[in-house]
Design a binder for this molecule. Structure first.
Ligand code: ATP
Ligand code: MG
Length: 350
């Protein structure tokens, strides 16, 4: 977003700094063949990062550096992402024109849509393609992020001796990852739902265009906090129970927990349902043909079935490595964490 280069790299390295963990992914491209070279998931202490803002730079930098040296990654150019909630994304239609004319026109257009002071943001644009209704126009996506949020990440990356040669937006990275892996869905109206640690993002896309997105302030961290409060246990115990350790508790606890978890899941589902209904109400009653789930909290047991049952729309869990050669089968149970990182590493190869 803030940086442009006209060519991609031989290997793409994506670094997704989340509230719960950092994901590192190195991909290679040879012809049309993409392969995973290295990957890592580094769990972070609570509050070191919140919603893409790095609060504890020293620890995050040291985790990142030690992962790079352990994996033996030599590339310095990396792609990072800022969270979409700190970014304004606007798709507009403009008459087709030359690149230098477009550059200056966008500057004026951007000021209409960017609610911050234009001097306080980095902005960029992408020509998405020809308008479907007016062949003399192009669809253009303008993306603007506040400099302080972007600098917070780029400074950290530079402190690690790396170069943030592209800065993407996490929700755009997820859509790119999806379009790359599921080309057969290109012409269909589908919804991507990413349930992360800090929030849930619901996207509606078609033909590579984002038609709608809503960010719901429910994520794994506040779910764990609620479990901790309800059962009067500490955060780490609640996290352990939520992520599979429930079997160590007595039957009574297990049944109370199951009831409580169902209530939480119903709440997530009903927010997703409200979002999809809102989209349909404003778009000729069109509903997504399928809902694709990703993000760490998409693994909450029962979530996928609850969404499918209540919305009556088929739900599928995204495999972000579907179009990529990946020999390490042990990574399978963590693939839900890599939606953004795959999108970022692919951007490094563009
Ligand atoms: N098996 C599991 N069952 C339930 N929840 C899980 C499971 N595995 C991970 N999670 C939850 O997923 C969340 C982490 O998801 P993810 O890695 O997508 O978030 P992040 O990228 O670190 O943060 P952010 O939301 O800020 O982008 C944590 O809250 C964690 O508890
Ligand atoms: Mg994330």
């Amino acid at each position: 977003m803030a940086f442009k280069l006209s060519f991609g790299l031989k290997n793409g390295v994506g670094i997704d700094i989340g509230s719960d963990s950092i994901k590192i992914l190195r991909l290679s491209k040879s012809g049309h063949k993409y392969s995973v070279l290295d990957f890592d998931v580094i769990g972070l202490p609570a509050a070191a990062v919140s919603g893409g803002v790095i609060n504890d730079k020293a620890s995050v930098a040291s985790y990142l550096k030690s992962s790079f040296s352990r994996l033996g990654i030599k590339e310095k150019n990396v792609v990072i992402a800022v969270p979409c909630k700190h970014v304004i994304i606007k798709t507009i239609e403009m008459p087709k024109m030359k690149e230098n004319e477009l550059d200056s026109s966008i500057y004026y257009e951007a000021q209409q849509y960017i609610t911050y002071d234009i001097n306080e943001v980095f902005y960029d644009y992408v020509v998405l393609g020809e308008s479907q209704t007016e062949p003399n126009n192009n669809m253009i996506m303008i993306v603007a992020g506040k400099k302080d949020i972007i600098n917070n990440q780029t400074e950290l990356i530079q402190e690690c001796g790396l170069n943030p040669f592209r800065v993407d937006v996490d929700c755009i990275a997820v859509e790119n990852m999806f379009n790359f892996n599921y080309p057969e869905e290109f012409d269909e109206l589908v919804s991507l739902v990413r349930v992360g640690a800090s929030e849930t993002n619901v996207h509606v896309i078609k033909k590579g265009f984002n038609l709608f997105r809503r960010d719901i302030p429910i994520g794994g961290v506040n779910i764990t906090e609620e479990i901790a409060k309800k059962f009067q246990i500490d955060f780490n115990d609640a996290e352990n129970i939520k992520t599979g350790g429930i079997g160590n508790r007595n039957i009574n606890f297990q049944s109370n927990y199951a009831v409580y978890l169902n209530m939480i899941i119903s709440r997530v589902t009903s927010e997703i349902q409200r979002t999809v209904d809102y989209f349909a109400a404003n778009n000729d009653r069109q509903y997504p043909k399928r809902i694709y789930l990703t993000g760490g909290s998409s693994k909450l047991p029962g979530l996928s079935g609850d969404i499918e049952g209540k919305l009556n729309i088929p739900v599928e869990v995204i495999n972000p490595f579907r179009g990529i050669l990946f020999k390490d089968e042990s990574a399978d149970n963590r693939s839900h964490l890599f939606g953004v990182a795959v999108g970022l590493a692919l951007r490094g190869l563009e």
